[in-house]
Write a protein that binds this ligand. Structure first.
Ligand SMILES: Nc1ncnc2c1ncn2[C@@H]1O[C@H](COP(=O)(O)OP(=O)(O)OP(=O)(O)O)[C@@H](O)[C@H]1O
Length: 261
């Protein structure tokens, strides 16, 4: 009876790729105004399908015209999200990623620092939290982050607790902006990161916005020390975990970073 329905391997691949694209799109726009716009447009599209099925010609043709120019309108309205999405694809989906299902779904670990360096980093964060010294520390994953490294001062220095504290010391010329850690080194300091457009708690300012921003479009993880509250936060995939303890920070770093000994 169902002989006319044939499912090829390519159909399954097709569905899988569409699901993956929708999932990544959802991750990028969730929590932003764009999410509500997408829901609105989707409802409109469903309504149009119903109107067409009921053969309501006048309403159908008006809505048809609207949907006809909709693609162009979508590109204009969603230009920042489309840009972010393309950057995300470009920076995250290299050949290595495509070979690993784990990485494809963004659950892969970052390979940048070893256990001793994690301890140095945690030590610096705890000490800066005590002295209410603001800090923004990006730990790169597979994303190169070259554009962001180029906005700062190149260091290529060993990851030590005292160097991190020195960089973020209030009178240091490099204390503004973020440091970027990659391949077992502090690659640069004073880096400028993209700010998220997401709604965040009003207590959180630009430092936290920048931390969320960079993890929305790359697979980096970020540790933030708040100057105002002396608390430590952690961001990954655009999500923020606030007021975490030394132990939780250590666990999060260990869980999200494959140690390269
Ligand atoms: N785009 C950016 N990229 C990197 N760092 C940034 C960016 N924008 C702001 N910062 C850093 O954040 C600092 C300002 O932090 P602000 O007080 O606005 O943030 P906050 O989230 O309230 O943090 P805190 O709790 O530490 O006050 C700046 O001095 C600068 O070092």
């Amino acid at each position: 009876m169902m002989a006319f329905i044939t499912i090829r391997f390519l159909d399954i691949l097709d569905i899988f790729l569409v699901a993956l694209l929708l999932y990544q799109l959802y991750r990028l726009i969730k929590g932003t105004v764009a999410f509500n716009i997408v829901i609105g447009l989707f409802s409109l599209y469903l309504l149009w399908l119903v109107v067409r099925a009921l053969n309501m010609q006048l309403l159908g043709s008006i809505m048809g015209q609207f949907i006809g120019v909709g693609v162009l309108a979508l590109i204009i309205v969603f230009h920042p999200e489309i840009r972010k999405f393309l950057v995300f694809i470009g920076t995250n989906y290299n050949v290595n990623r495509l070979l690993s299902i784990d990485k494809l779904f963004g659950t892969a670990k970052v390979k940048t620092i070893n256990q001793e360096q994690i301890e140095n980093l945690v030590d610096a964060c705890v000490s800066m939290a005590k002295s209410k010294t603001g800090a923004l520390i990006v730990i790169a994953g597979d994303s190169e982050l070259t554009d962001y490294i180029n906005t700062g001062e190149k260091l290529n220095a060993r990851i030590s607790s005292s160097l991190i504290r020195t960089i973020f010391f209030k009178n240091s010329p490099l204390h503004d902006g973020a440091i970027i850690i990659k391949e077992n080194k502090i690659k640069a300091a004073g880096c400028i990161l993209p700010l998220t457009q997401k709604e965040l708690d009003q207590m959180l300012g630009l430092r936290h916005r920048a931390a969320v921003g960079i993890t929305e479009s790359t697979d980096a993880v970020v540790v933030i020390v708040s100057e105002e509250r002396g608390s430590i936060s952690f961001t990954k995939d655009g999500e923020i975990k606030r007021r975490i303890s030394k132990e939780v920070l250590t666990t999060l770093l260990e869980e999200n970073i494959v140690r390269s000994e």
